[in-house]
Structure formats: C-alpha cells, structure tokens
Write a protein that binds this ligand. Structure first.
Ligand code: SF4
Ligand code: FES
Length: 256
C-alpha cells in the first residue's frame, strides 16, 4: 500500500504546531498503524530528519499509552480497538490519512503526537485506590460477591486510562474515565468503605484539572477502546450525590 500522511508536528508545548505531509510507501496491509509509523520514521531517520514522536508501550491494547486521532476519530474509529491494534488493511491504497494528537486543554501537547496525560494520574492519586486494611489474601469465595456486582466491577476495571473519551468529547469531559474508576471500586466490598471520600475527591480533582462538564453526547462511549458504558456515569453521579447528601447531613447533625 502507498499512502499520504498528514501529520501534526509540534516542537513542544510552547511552539505552534502544523500539519506536515509525508509519503508512506510499501506498507504491508497486516501492519499495525504504529508499525506503519515506525516504517515512516525509519525513512525520516535515514534522511537525517526528525522522527515523528508518538506514544506507545504494550502494543497489545492493554496499557492505554497509544493515543492518536486518525481522520478526526480517537483511536481511528474501529469499534473497541486501540490504535496499536488497528491494522492498515482497514485503509485504502492511495488514501490520505490525517494524524493528530488528543486535543484537550488538560492534555497539553508535549511533542508532535505526544500529550501530557498526567492529569489522569492525579485524579487516581486523589482517590482511585483502597487504603483501608483488607487483610491478607482471602480464600476464593470467602467474601461472597454477587455475580452481577463482580461483572460490573470487571467491566469498569477494563478502562485503560487512554484518554480517548476526553479527546472525543466536545467539552473535553473526563467523566467516562472517572466514572469507570469510581464504579470499579464501588462495586466491590473492599472499595465500599471509602466510597464517599473517593467520589468527592476524584470529582474535585477532575474539576481542578480543567476537564469540561458532561452533556451526555455519548461520543466518549463511541470511541472507547474498552467499550466502557455511559451507565457508569449515571453510577458515578449517584455515588457523588449520596456522598454530598451524607456530608451535608453530618454537617447539620454537628450543628453546622
Ligand atoms: S473510559 Fe475508555 S476511552 Fe476513556 S480512558 Fe478509559 S478506556 Fe480510554
Ligand atoms: S500501546 Fe498499549 S494500548 Fe496501545
């Protein structure tokens, strides 16, 4: 396959970026999108030019590091697929492909297609963990967990923290990510002890990081490579609302 790439090049967050055109020639259809970029970069390096910077790690769809907007769609628009698992056979020979980084104020561009997603780390640091003492490793089934609860927790835990939900949202909202992390722990007995503090702290950090509000457009769910459901946003809203009400009643009881 021979393709034309239109790639966002940007030296750093302080310099303006621009689209630059590159040919991608002799691409094998079974290559992944990132392998195709590797081939283009080998050519750039051989010519003494600066390679295109992009993020990747596992290249198996499990780490959440890869993050490209391809032809306007986060992860390229193949349902339930990260860009590292997207293959060139989904494109046409001779096609022109536009490649951009995640676009969100809270994910500033570091270089070319690489963005700073540490805002997600800070949201997790605010409450996305269990700090109560849960004891040693219990025997299997020693803590009975209803199957539906376990399945919901597993579905939420599938979130790989890639940030595509933010990139696809016109408000740059992080609600799908945060709701997955809040719901994952709220569905398990070990996570329930801290559920109120967790929901309040993670939502407060999300707001502090400058992510936008959710207006339920569903674009996040449509691009999510792990098909995290919008239902988790409703679950998080319930968790948050209950935590606020409990805090207000405790305040009233204390005579505040
Ligand atoms: S909810 Fe989906 S799109 Fe958002 S960070 Fe998690 S895996 Fe990525
Ligand atoms: S590189 Fe790990 S999910 Fe794509």
């Amino acid at each position: 396959m021979n393709l034309t790439l239109r790639v966002w090049r940007q030296k750093d967050r302080h310099n303006a970026g621009r689209i630059v055109e590159y040919p991608a020639t002799n691409i094998i259809p079974d290559m992944s999108f990132l392998e195709m970029l590797d081939v283009v970069n080998e050519g750039l390096i051989a010519r003494g030019e600066e390679p295109i910077a992009f993020d990747s790690d596992c290249r198996e769809g499990i780490c959440g590091t890869c993050s490209l907007v391809i032809n306007g769609l986060a992860h390229g628009g193949q349902r339930g697929t990260t860009v590292c698992q997207l293959h060139m056979r989904h494109f046409r020979d001779g096609e022109t492909i536009t490649i951009e980084p995640w676009r969100a104020k809270s994910f500033p561009v570091l270089r070319d297609l690489v963005t700073d997603r540490s805002a997600f780390d800070r949201i997790i640091e605010a409450g996305g963990f269990v700090s109560v003492n849960t004891g040693g490793c219990p025997d299997g089934n020693a803590i009975p967990i209803p199957k539906t609860e376990a399945e919901q927790a597993m579905d939420a835990a599938a979130c790989i923290g890639c940030g595509a939900c933010v990139a696809a949202c016109k408000n740059a909202s992080a609600m799908l990510f945060v709701s997955a992390k809040v719901s994952h722990l709220a569905h398990l007995p070990q996570g329930r002890a801290e559920r109120d503090r967790r929901a309040l702290a993670m939502v407060a950090q999300m707001d502090q990081e400058g992510f936008g509000s959710c207006t339920v457009t569903g674009s996040c769910e449509a691009v999510c490579p792990k098909e995290i459901s919008l239902d988790f946003i409703a679950k998080m809203n319930r968790e948050y609302g209950k935590a606020v009400l409990k805090g207000e009643s405790a305040h009233a009881e204390a005579g505040g």
